[in-house]
Structure formats: structure tokens, C-alpha cells
Design a protein around this ligand. Structure first.
Ligand SMILES: [Zn+2]
Length: 67
């Protein structure tokens, strides 16, 4: 049964169709819950690197609150 595998490959291809920045095609209403910005690496987590960006943003905002 190779059919299922083929479909997965197609999906992966589709996922790669984003811009070099990778984030300007985010859902339009997606904002970062920490800094409230959209179209930033932290606005929408769809990859590991963006999960890191979200984490970094959280820490940045937390640090500001503590001052
Ligand atoms: Zn943010």
C-alpha cells in the first residue's frame, strides 16, 4: 500500500510553498499572545524554529513585566 505514503509526500510539498521569510502567509488574524503582533516569527507557530521564536518572545515579555 504505497498510496498513503504518496499522499503524505504531496502534503509535505504543499507545506513548503511559503515565502523565504516563512511567516507572511499566516492566517490573517493570527497574533502572538505575548507581544500582540502579527506576521512575526512568534505570531503563529507552525514549525520548530517558530516555536523557539514564540518562546523567546514570551521570555522577552516576561522580563519586561518583572522590571
Ligand atoms: Zn511575539
Amino acid at each position: 500500500m504505497n498510496h498513503r505514503k504518496h499522499k503524505q509526500a504531496e502534503n509535505q510539498k504543499r507545506k513548503k510553498m511559503y515565502t523565504p521569510e516563512g511567516y507572511i502567509k499566516d492566517p490573517p488574524d493570527e497574533v502572538c499572545p505575548f507581544c500582540g503582533k502579527k506576521e512575526k516569527p512568534c505570531s503563529y507557530v507552525n514549525s520548530l524554529s517558530r516555536a523557539w521564536a514564540r518562546q523567546a518572545c514570551k521570555q522577552k515579555v516576561d522580563n519586561k513585566k518583572n522590571i
